[in-house]
Design a protein around this ligand. Structure first.
Ligand code: SF4
Ligand code: SF4
Length: 386
């Protein structure tokens, strides 16, 4: 049975364009939006303010040339693409956002927000980069309160405890729905292509209504599970099972996932931001101190801008076991220093501790190196052929 037969996937193929078409109507009905660029942004506060968060990280090459009129060429393509969409006015989701929220994650991104603020108001959160310390939690908590004030002012509302508890429940359900889609591929053989998993879960960033996306994700999981009982599979027991880690990927920057699958592999695990990085992080909506619970959740995101970033090694280790991974590809966008440096630690974990093949690929959003990537990926898959 072929993957094309998963009917509930179809909605995700058109969702980005369809939702862009619905923005005007949603705004006319009074719906408010906030644009976010990172998983560190506490979306619960945006939802509690009655607005919807959009994930605006640029994943396409199209606006990069325009961005390079202002930003240096030697900058990660994600930052250039994000700024380029804003500067050229070609992203309807950026246009529709009443407020942009950024964080001081990597150097390139935080400096880009300064330039972006000439286009639209940008609220930048000061992100401490040492997880697990009291001083970091306290600083991040105070930044959550500062964001709460900014949201209340922008959207003319009060974020009450009750609204925040309800928003935490919604966000937990969305996280759980996304995690269940990824977990489908813990099965052997895999049941759904990595391309489909990435597409479906990445789309939650463009949801006008969280309930809608939760429903669509649950339908995808339930249908795929039912089809798996009737023999649906992506590949077979011998198909090399690959995990991709590293920099964020979305539609437009998916070439490594696509090339792995075109060369006969199955991308069963995605550890990056559009993947599993935040999917084990759930908050307790009945916690006595909600802001403290949120601060702790977001500070435990294992992004390479954290130092040290032991959480990423723990997550990778668990995923290698749970998704029965045969080899790991670490994807680094050019000029992303934090992921590039951390690749050494990841390679040590994969090669020494897990005794698995490891490949680091450094690339950008262009198609100019596709042939070289194709050769390297094909050779890697041959190495892990069972
Ligand atoms: S990789 Fe890190 S900085 Fe980039 S979007 Fe993810 S959490 Fe944010
Ligand atoms: S991929 Fe790297 S350089 Fe680019 S925004 Fe994310 S952390 Fe920063």
């Amino acid at each position: 049975m072929q993957n094309g037969e998963i009917k509930s996937f179809e909605v995700f193929e058109t969702m980005r364009t369809a939702n862009a078409g619905r923005l005007k109507e949603a705004r006319e009905k009074g719906k408010k939006f906030a644009g976010v660029y990172c998983t560190f942004c506490p979306e619960e506060l945006i939802i509690a303010a009655g607005a919807a968060p959009f994930g605006l990280c640029g994943t396409k090459e199209d606006p990069i040339a325009a961005a390079e009129q202002v930003l240096p060429r030697n900058l990660c393509p994600l930052i250039k693409s994000s700024y380029g969409f804003a500067a050229t006015g070609t992203c309807p989701y950026f246009q529709a956002s009443d407020l942009i929220i950024g964080e001081t994650t990597c150097d390139g991104k935080k400096k880009m927000f300064e330039v972006m603020s000439e286009i639209k108001p940008v609220h930048v959160m000061q992100l401490p980069q040492m997880p697990d310390t009291d001083s970091s939690i306290n600083l991040w908590k105070s930044e959550l309160y500062r964001l709460k004030d900014a949201l209340e002012k922008t959207f003319g509302t009060e974020i009450t405890e009750e609204k925040l508890r309800e928003a935490m429940r919604v966000k937990n359900r969305e996280t759980e729905a996304r995690r269940r889609v990824h977990d489908l591929n813990q099965r052997v053989p895999a049941v759904i292509s990595g391309m489909k998993v990435m597409t479906a879960t990445w789309m939650s960033g463009f949801a006008i209504d969280k309930e809608e996306i939760i429903e669509a994700l649950e339908a995808l999981t339930n249908e795929t599970l039912a089809l798996a009982e009737q023999g649906l599979a992506f590949g077979d027991e011998k198909t090399p099972r690959v995990m991709i880690t590293g920099c964020p990927v979305g539609l437009g920057s998916e070439k490594v996932i696509r090339l792995v699958e075109e060369n006969g592999g199955a991308v069963v695990g995605l550890e990056n931001c559009t993947g599993y990085k935040t999917l084990r992080l759930i908050t307790d909506p009945d916690a006595p101190d909600l802001m403290d619970a949120l601060a702790r959740k977001y500070l435990s995101i294992p992004c390479s801008c954290m130092s040290p970033n032991k959480g990423r090694m723990e997550l990778l280790s668990d995923m290698i076991r749970d998704f029965k991974v045969d080899g790991v590809i670490d994807l680094t966008w050019q000029a992303c220093h934090t992921y590039n440096v951390e690749s050494y630690t990841v390679s040590e974990l994969v090669k020494q501790e897990k005794d698995l093949p490891f490949l680091q690929l450094e690339t950008d959003y262009s198609q100019s190196d596709v042939q070289t990537l194709n050769v390297r990926i094909a050779a890697f898959l041959e190495m892990i052929q069972k």
